[in-house]
Design a protein around this ligand. Structure first.
Ligand SMILES: [Zn+2]
Length: 149
């Protein structure tokens, strides 16, 4: 769907640093384009879906194992204290293309922002630091290799 960031990234209308990292029949895994730091993966349905309750059975069956796999890749590559897996998908108070965030919460990040959990995400969005493209691309390459192994 044109004008949806998730669809625009998937269909090449908006550049996606690092490219598609992994895909299944119904899902894409990418690196986040937002301010949640290097190593944060996004897991989104290929189809434009704005509610979890609207996922098809096929999409739902792939979700659990893929979410687990994404979290394992982030654990392996970043070795954070925790990996957050969450879904808000509410931009400007409007439901948008659902996307699970798989975010490494490292001690360094928590100390820098003096926060953890949802407050860490708020602090990172407030700081609004976009990771360097080269760092994102390097992580995406490592993650692609990790998904293949
Ligand atoms: Zn979309």
């Amino acid at each position: 769907m044109k004008g949806c960031l998730a669809c625009d990234l998937a269909e090449g209308r908006v550049p996606l640093p690092g490219g598609v990292i992994h895909e299944t029949a119904n899902w894409f895994v990418e690196h986040t384009v937002g301010a949640l730091g290097v190593g944060t993966l996004i897991l989104k349905p290929k189809r434009h879906v704005t509610r979890v309750s609207e996922l098809t059975d096929d999409e739902a069956v792939e979700l659990g194992p893929l979410l687990l796999r994404c979290a394992a890749v982030v654990d392996e590559l970043v070795e954070p204290e925790q990996v957050y897996t969450c879904l808000w998908s509410h931009a400007g108070g409007t439901p948008v293309h659902i996307h699970y965030v798989v975010q490494p919460a490292t001690r360094e990040l928590m100390d820098r922002h003096v926060a953890y959990g949802p407050n860490l995400q708020v602090a990172m969005f407030d700081a609004d630091v976009t990771p360097l493209k080269a760092d994102v691309e390097a992580f995406a390459d490592q993650a692609r290799a990790a998904f293949r192994s």
